[in-house]
Write a protein that binds this ligand. Structure first.
Ligand code: CUA
Length: 343
């Protein structure tokens, strides 16, 4: 082996080792091997036996290949091996055995596909319409009147069946909360669905799982499951319009929100309770401060991050539809006060 070839081989091995080491982490917030929702758990209960069966097949087949390579390798000075052309019994065997195995696995698999596609019924089913946007998620709670619209963070009651209708406002996205359920494509002009059931009050991480251009990796989301009574309180609070501040820095921010650039903010964002703030291009901000994160869940909701965001959105989220409006620094600070007042 030349020095160059050896170096390339070493580099490849180092990269492979890194890949293997990365697989050692078992505490990731998006680890689908540790489900915390009934739907994801059902899938996991099917995945595990299939995985071990596949592992046994792998070891058997690779083992036989290794035995053949070692045992029947060309030996110096050896005679030419016996030439054989096929073995009917063997060939029948390795055709029928996998067919039977796959047929057996397909029985519970197909049953589960149909079971999970079933539309849940009953008074306690919660309906949420999820719309993918470049690059954030919108949630609409359609069981209540007036319906509630939020973004980035989906709040659900623990233990309840949450029937999610998934669609898109622009390109194809994929809604994925690994610990709760499988992926579901978000396709414009089409409604797909999936059911989520969270087992305990917790916060689950998720993300868009279909490449959707520049900030695909920044299209994340959270699902927050609350005890049912708290969920009802949350929903009732969300139904109310925003309380628009009338004094202090937050009030100055509210005025800036309405007046900056002739209503630039209001033309893209809805704040229920504020005259003229009815835009639907960007997230509904009515109860913005209730959400733990913003901008596709890439930032925790706090003053520092909001300032960073308003100074230049595309600089911190490439491709962001909200451009850099070159907002003056004191206006940014007032806007942040206003946004953080929207609980
Ligand atoms: Cu949306 Cu990737």
């Amino acid at each position: 082996m030349t020095t160059r070839a050896r170096r390339i081989a070493k580099t490849l091995m180092a990269v492979a080792a890194l890949g293997l080491l990365a697989a050692c982490s078992s505490v990731g917030p998006q680890d689908y091997l540790h489900p915390e929702g009934l739907v994801a758990r059902d899938t996991d209960n099917l995945f595990k036996p299939v995985f071990w069966i596949a592992t046994a097949v792998f070891v058997l087949v690779e083992g036989l290949i290794l035995v053949a390579i070692v045992k029947f390798r060309d030996r110096r000075g050896g005679a030419e091996p016996v030439q054989v052309h096929g073995n009917t019994k063997l060939e029948l065997g390795w055709t029928i055995a996998p067919a039977v195995l796959l047929a057996a696995i397909s029985v519970p698999t197909v049953a589960m596909i149909f079971a999970q596609a079933e539309v849940p019924t009953g008074n306690d089913v919660v309906h949420v319409r999820v719309t993918g946007h470049q690059w954030w998620w919108e949630y609409e709670y359609t069981d209540v009147d007036p319906p509630v619209k939020t973004a980035t963070e989906m709040v659900i009651p623990t233990g309840a069946k949450v029937f999610v209708e998934v669609t898109s406002a622009d390109v194809v996205h994929s809604f994925w909360v690994p610990k709760l359920a499988g992926k579901q494509d978000a396709i414009p002009n089409r409604i797909n669905h999936l059911t989520l059931i969270a087992e305990k009050p917790d916060v689950y991480h998720g993300q868009c799982a279909e490449f959707c251009a520049l900030s695909h990796a920044n299209m994340r989301l959270r699902v927050r499951s609350l005890p049912p009574a708290e969920y009802e309180q949350w929903l009732a609070a969300q139904q109310k319009p925003a309380v628009i501040p009338t004094s202090g820095a937050a009030a100055a921010g509210a005025r800036a929100f309405a007046e900056f650039g002739n209503g630039t903010c209001m033309s893209c964002h809805t704040v229920r309770g504020m005259d003229g703030a009815t835009g639907t291009v960007g997230p509904d901000l009515t109860h913005f401060a209730d959400r733990m994160t913003f901008a596709g869940a890439i930032f925790d909701t706090n003053e520092e991050n909001l300032i960073k965001w308003l100074r230049n959105p595309p600089a911190v989220k490439p491709g962001s539809l909200m451009p850099n409006y070159h907002i003056p620094e004191d206006t940014i600070r007032a806007l942040v006060e206003f946004l953080l007042s929207l609980t």
